[in-house]
Design a protein around this ligand. Structure first.
Ligand SMILES: C[S@@+](CC[C@H](N)C(=O)[O-])C[C@H]1O[C@@H](n2cnc3c(N)ncnc32)[C@H](O)[C@@H]1O
Length: 227
């Protein structure tokens, strides 16, 4: 029997055909979703850059956390938490609440464990996610934070579906991405996103833009809620 060519080529093109493959940017992986090339995952070797002292000035993290309006008791998931730059700040704001710190790299998870132990923090739970799932309980999260990570998900469609499942009905996603519309932001192209692109991808997953809080120096702070 003749096997149709598209099936031969597309073993790893997801069964619903959401992804396409073509050569692009050297910092991309040659895999595209809704017209955007997915970026290469930042390796654990970049940890020092995440923890750089000038980051507060460059990204104004304090304002970002204010934007999240964290209340004691909030259940928050930091997806792609890295070394925990935002995790431990969130932990002190959430009091009796809980912060899930999710990452896929063992080295990042080890650093998170070390930082948790050093700070004697009790309201942080460290979770190993996968490329397609956040591995969080369903219907349990008030707020999801993603800083500089969504654009490097290898399976963005599956990840958003998984995040949506973990969110409570009135839960919010804070999607923080370097502004793709702004050439003055000194970040590589595939590591930036435009608002238009983010909305396109989130809408496909049944999430709508509540607002883009345009008060960070380099990043969008886009708040998405369920439709
Ligand atoms: C550029 S770092 C940002 C870390 C942190 N959000 C910060 O702002 O300091 C991106 C992180 O996302 C993680 N990551 C990539 N894909 C992921 C996935 N599917 N699930 C969870 N984490 C992921 C990487 O391992 C890396 O630690």
């Amino acid at each position: 029997m003749m096997v149709p060519l598209v099936e031969c080529v597309a073993q790893d093109i997801t069964s619903n055909g959401a992804y396409t493959f073509k050569k692009g940017d050297p910092n991309g992986i040659g895999k595209w979703y809704k017209g955007r090339e997915i970026a290469r995952v930042m390796g654990f070797q970049g940890m020092d850059w995440l923890d750089r002292p000038e980051r507060e000035k460059e990204e104004n993290t304090s304002i970002l956390l204010q934007n999240m309006d964290v209340k004691t008791g909030d259940i928050i998931a930091d997806i792609g938490a890295g070394s925990g730059y935002h995790v431990f700040k969130l932990a002190s704001l959430a009091g009796k609440g809980l912060i899930y710190a999710v990452d896929i790299q063992d080295e990042m998870l080890a650093e998170l464990r070390k930082n948790k132990a050093n700070g004697e923090v009790t309201n942080v739970e460290i979770i190993k996610g996968s490329e397609k799932s956040v591995n969080l309980p369903e219907n349990s999260i008030d707020k999801v934070l993603m800083v500089d990570v969504y654009h490097e998900f290898n399976y963005p469609m599956e990840m958003i579906a998984s995040i949506k499942k973990a969110l409570k009905p009135d839960g919010k996603i804070y999607l923080i991405e370097y502004r793709g519309e702004d050439d003055s932001v000194p970040i590589k192209k595939v590591h930036k996103m435009t608002e238009e692109q983010a909305v396109k991808e989130m809408q496909a997953a049944g999430m709508k833009l509540e607002r883009n809080i345009e008060n960070l120096p380099w990043q969008h702070c886009m708040v998405f809620v369920k439709n």
